[in-house]
Design a protein around this ligand. Structure first.
Ligand code: PMV
Length: 324
């Protein structure tokens, strides 16, 4: 029996300039460039074993058989890898997160980055970083940003070949910390794949997209110069603009809850009192609170005093995907 196996570890990432809406939904070619950092403290480890004796793929996540919808999404992704295999085989996929799946922390970026690296390696494909990033993008757009290390920019491109992510500063460049304040652990009703498809229905999306190069340049420059004041201003603006698009699409998506708003206001009032801190929010109610290492313990303590924050996860900037 022929078999080939590989294991990879990847971190999720938090976007400072957000990706929302696709030029091509099937290929996940985004409408705009985005910018993020990987989160060292959180990781997904995935093994893929292609075997000639399997009739279908088998997916275990954190020790449990995956739901049919998750298996279908992973199998469709593996079909892209199988297209390039001389002998098409099904696989056993075993994936573990070091953070609870139901914690309200998106795991699709680390999941598809680890899966892309493990599956392509197990299949004997020798992909460079850009090709691996393009492959991960097909599973979840933001997963392409979890392939390179540290601070990452997703070059949007216009077709498959030109849409991939690159690192523009290593993980050690700036001591940024992400404190994720979890206010709701339940799964969101409208996931990001369905959300991207609604973006174009908002009259605000074209303004958000056309202004993106300006915001991205300011954010990249703030990171390169380690200018937290400039960073905070552009990161909050970008997050608020994405949520304005979400809230004005048809049907509208409102991911914020009362606790989300409470945290946004708290972060702004701490900043007005001189604490260098800002927020960013993805397609869910939880609030990513960003600061520098020297302020992280104080910010963490402040967050822990807020009853609405059920848990706080703390992470430094992380490396890219790695085979183990
Ligand atoms: O990769 P997806 O399809 O889960 O989309 C991610 C979208 C946001 O998290 C809201 C923004 C981003 O750039 O990560």
């Amino acid at each position: 029996m022929s078999k080939s196996i590989a294991t990879a570890v990847a971190h999720p990432n938090i976007a400072f300039i957000k990706y929302w809406g696709n030029r091509d939904d099937a290929l996940r070619i985004p409408m705009n460039a985005s910018l993020s950092m990987n989160l060292a403290a959180l990781s997904t480890t995935t093994s893929v074993e292609f075997r000639c004796d399997l009739q279908q793929d088998d997916l275990l996540i954190d020790g449990q058989s995956a739901a049919p919808a998750a298996l279908q999404r992973v199998s469709a992704f593996l079909d892209i890898v199988r297209e390039q295999m001389p002998e098409k085989q099904h696989a056993i996929i075993i994936s573990r997160n070091n953070f609870p799946m139901g914690a309200g922390i998106a795991s699709s970026a680390s999941a598809f980055a680890a899966l892309a690296a493990a599956a392509s390696h197990a299949a004997g494909l020798d992909l460079d970083e850009a090709a691996l990033s393009r492959l991960a993008r097909r599973g979840s757009g933001s997963a392409c940003r979890s392939i390179p290390a540290g601070f990452v920019e997703w070059l949007p491109g216009r077709e498959d070949e030109s849409s991939y992510a690159v690192s523009f500063a290593p993980a050690g460049h700036w001591n940024l910390v992400d404190l994720i304040a979890v206010v709701n652990r339940t799964h969101k009703e409208v996931g990001s794949t369905a959300g991207h498809a609604l973006a174009a229905t908002s009259p605000l999306q074209s303004a958000r997209v056309s202004d993106c190069p300006r915001r991205l340049a300011l954010c990249r420059q703030a990171i390169l110069e380690k200018d937290f004041v400039a960073f905070a201003a552009i990161v909050e603006l970008d997050s608020d603009m994405m949520h304005a698009v979400m809230q004005t699409s048809t049907p509208p998506l409102l991911y914020w809850e009362a606790a989300t708003l409470e945290l946004m206001q708290k972060v702004r009032s701490w900043r007005s009192q001189g604490l260098p801190v800002c927020y960013t929010i993805d397609a869910g109610p939880n609030v990513h609170v960003l600061c520098q290492q020297q302020d992280a313990t104080q910010v963490e303590e402040l967050l822990e005093q807020i009853t609405a924050a059920q848990a706080v996860y703390r992470s430094d900037t992380g490396s890219g995907v790695q085979l183990v």
